[in-house]
Design a protein around this ligand. Structure first.
Ligand code: OMP
Length: 271
């Protein structure tokens, strides 16, 4: 999907919500465990109930890899279901990859070609030649970690390198990479006070913003400093939506949680 198509969908749905499909078998309703593929059954119900309220889904691959070959099958079925039934939805493989060039090419093929996600998350630590193989894919995005939502973000990302914080160095330097127009960046919702500085470096880039809900980030603060001319935000919530309840109404209750965020977003977009 192109960036313009994503923006058009955000405007149409009045939503820049991304729902994280981080499925933990200990947290899903008991009756689903009898299903042949409980993870897919859960995802399908959540997607069918919430697709009109969000523009993107982000399965974090850890939650699938943890269940071995079965988990990978559930991931494959989930992306195939989305691509077939809801082609207007933007999809993110949250895999946080990145390696020497030829290995990155294989990671990129796995997520962008074989599984056919619209985008994949990558870590910038190995530098330009580890990220450019992902950027080479047409009409796909590479979402690079810039300033993450966790406490450990302060261990390295805010430390000075070449006279500025490392996350700023990552943003600035990556703008010069080949096909950098295919880059988006991850910035945690818990770091709202950094958005003004980030927008000075990447005024129009899309930012994937996890950390609202369970991690304590605030939607209003993120939007106040993070919105760009072209909206430029995808706000992710995983646990705060998908585990709204553990009974047979789990999908409807997830939709209610998603709707709360979507309504807030609609109000913000109307201002
Ligand atoms: O890349 C990410 O999506 C990510 C980056 C980051 O800085 N913080 C962060 O929480 N995430 C992911 O975003 C999701 C957040 O989930 P909840 O805290 O349950 O909403 C998880 O899949 C995390 O792995």
């Amino acid at each position: 999907m192109t960036t313009q198509e994503l923006i058009a969908q955000i405007k149409k749905k009045k939503s820049f919500l991304c729902i994280g499909l981080d499925v933990d078998l200990n947290k899903i309703p008991q009756h689903l465990l009898k299903d042949e593929d409980p993870i897919f059954a859960f995802n399908k119900a959540i997607i069918d109930a919430t697709h009109h309220l969000c523009v993107a889904y982000k399965p974090n691959t850890a939650f699938y890899e943890a269940y071995g070959i079965k988990g990978w099958k559930s991931l494959e079925k989930t992306i195939q279901y989305l691509n077939k039934n809801y082609p207007e939805i933007y999809t993110i493989a949250d895999a946080k990859r990145g390696d020497i060039g030829n290995t990155s090419t294989m990671y990129a093929k796995a997520f962008l070609e074989d599984l056919a996600f619209d985008s994949v998350t990558v870590a910038p630590y190995m530098g330009k030649d580890s990220v450019e193989p992902f950027l080479a894919f047409k009409n796909k995005h590479t979402i690079m970690l810039a300033l993450t939502s966790n406490e450990g973000a302060f261990d390295f990302q805010t430390k000075e390198v070449n006279g500025r914080e490392l996350y700023k160095e990552v943003l600035e330097t990556s703008k010069g990479w080949k096909n950098s127009e295919n880059l988006m960046y991850v910035v945690g919702a818990t770091k709202a006070e950094y958005f003004t500085e980030i927008r000075k470096i990447v005024p129009n880039s899309f930012l994937l913003v996890p950390g609202v809900g369970a991690q304590g980030g605030n939607l209003q603060d993120v939007c106040k400093y993070g919105l760009s001319e072209n909206i430029g935000l995808l706000i992710n919530s995983s646990r705060g939506i998908i585990y709204a309840s553990k009974d047979e109404n789990f999908a409807q209750n997830a939709a209610l949680k998603a709707e709360e965020l979507q309504q807030e977003m609609a109000t913000i977009l109307a201002q």
